[in-house]
Design a protein. Structure first.
Length: 485
């Protein structure tokens, strides 16, 4: 194999897939992954295709409520009280069926122009940093500049320019702004630009975003970004309170332009992670089943004045004849989470409030296990990994994008590889019987919850350790075929 050109490396890996998978299966036997748990445990709390397990406590609350006759608005009020008790009375909450529904609702209600009225319907634009997972928080408008129009073409199940699944609003544009210090190199068997963010300069990036915002100010209707907190996502630089500088800068710009700032914190944990008050944003969105111990449900937390429109759109804010709560029909009733999800959500939120220290200690222990296992990786690779602890996501981040600074590094797989099944750091784990986690753009997030916690939500250390060990061994296999070891 010639390493002169990157695409040759990835071609070699593609041709080597059968051998790599064969070695991965053999390694699973060598490191002793029990046959009875293969395919039933993994490196994440939940993924869209395989949701995490509820604790016995949350499941019991849901089971008990299933046999009670209680109006749904009672549970909505309980949710609001929990959020207000923590954030303050000037904040409010709303439950929807998924985090993607939360995004859909926020962009439809807060960013898109009105449809009715005399005269010409105008267009609007929102700004999103060119970052990871952009097909979520950056997928609700027509891409601008036009060079990005094909950016999501191979993601999800909708082909072509429509991208992810055709959720783009017809009268909204989304302006992508590359971050200063980021690298947008082309990698992967599904050869595509990847997003490498460990070198992001937040202050310079804010200046660039400001210039772009001023250029588009007549049409500007919002800003959006992730609410994550790790270097591999570009949020490693924090202020003295631990809040990412980049997010605070975007929030300040949103205030200057009098438009909302929508923070996508899908893989986030309320109360323990990102704090909307410190960031200065308007709404923050959660996929509560990913890291928070909840059933499948989305959660929106935001400033009260912003939340009124969102709650009205879902039909829960109050009846037309004047009440403080309702549970009726409205434009987005399809996003209704249902009674059991509402009950499970409130139970999970109470558990996070009551046992935050236990959650934090579990992340600390996961970090220790990760460092221990990666300490055994081949010496040629050991120095190339950067580790970060994320209480926001209940996860440990493993980043290796700096391995390519001085030449060929550890192979990087694109998110398009994930959708096409050619991301070896995911598909190879499946061969071992380990359910994979997010492992593209040279960045890996691992978290407990998918067969690695017991019925009380506590870490099953031997399962978590062997899953991480499998990842380490798979990385060595990939490195061998890349001729790095």
């Amino acid at each position: 194999m010639s390493n002169r050109f990157k695409f040759k490396l990835y071609k070699h890996l593609q041709l080597s897939l059968p051998k790599i998978y064969e070695e991965a299966r053999r390694v699973a036997d060598e490191i002793g992954i029990p046959k009875e748990i293969r395919g039933k445990f993994g490196l994440t709390g939940a993924i869209s295709s395989c949701h995490g397990l509820l604790t016995r406590k949350v499941a019991k609350v849901m089971d008990d409520a299933a046999r009670e006759v209680v109006p749904n608005k009672v549970y909505d009020e309980e949710l609001r009280e929990i959020i207000k008790s923590y954030y303050g009375d000037e904040y409010d909450a709303l439950a929807v069926n998924t985090c993607e529904a939360a995004l859909w609702l926020c962009f439809d209600v807060l960013v898109s122009p009105p449809f009715q009225g005399r005269g010409y319907n105008y267009r609007s634009r929102y700004i999103a940093p060119y970052e990871r997972h952009l097909h979520h928080q950056g997928g609700y408008g027509r891409p601008f500049p036009p060079k990005y129009k094909d950016i999501f073409a191979d993601r999800g199940c909708t082909a072509g320019e429509l991208g992810f699944y055709g959720k783009r609003l017809e009268n909204v544009d989304v302006v992508y702004v590359p971050l200063v210090g980021a690298r947008y190199e082309v990698h992967g068997i599904k050869y595509h630009p990847v997003v490498l963010l460990s070198g992001v300069d937040p202050k310079s990036s804010i200046e660039r975003i400001k210039v772009i915002a001023e250029r588009h100010s007549p049409f500007l209707s919002g800003f959006s970004s992730l609410a994550y907190d790790t270097p591999g996502y570009g949020y490693g630089v924090k202020d003295k309170d631990g809040t990412p500088v980049l997010q605070k800068g975007i929030a300040s710009l949103a205030k200057d332009f009098d438009v909302p700032y929508i923070l996508d914190n899908a893989w986030g944990v309320p109360f323990i992670g990102a704090d909307l008050r410190k960031i200065g944003g308007d709404v923050i969105l959660y996929s509560m089943d990913k890291a928070s111990g909840s059933p499948t449900v989305g959660l929106i937390i935001g400033r009260e004045d912003i939340m009124v429109s969102l709650r009205r759109a879902l039909g829960v804010h109050g009846d037309r004849w004047g009440t403080t709560g309702s549970y009726g029909k409205a434009a987005y009733v399809t996003f209704d989470p249902g009674k059991e999800a509402l009950v499970g959500l409130t139970a999970a939120l109470k558990e996070l409030l009551d046992n935050s220290n236990r959650f934090i200690k579990m992340v600390d222990r996961l970090y220790e296990i990760t460092i221990e296992e990666f300490g055994n990786i081949h010496p040629n690779l050991r120095k190339e990994f950067k580790f970060a602890k994320s209480y926001n996501s209940g996860a440990v981040e493993i980043n290796y994008d700096r391995t390519w600074i001085d030449g060929i590094g550890l192979p990087i797989f694109s998110i398009e590889d994930m959708y096409s099944g050619t991301n070896i750091l995911q598909s190879g784990l499946s061969q071992m019987g380990i359910i994979p986690t997010i492992a593209y753009d040279a960045n890996i997030f691992i978290s407990p919850g998918l067969g690695t916690t017991d019925e009380n939500g506590d870490l099953i250390e031997d399962r978590m350790r062997i899953a991480i060990r499998g990842l380490v061994k798979l990385m060595e296999i990939v490195a061998k075929y890349a001729e790095l070891i």
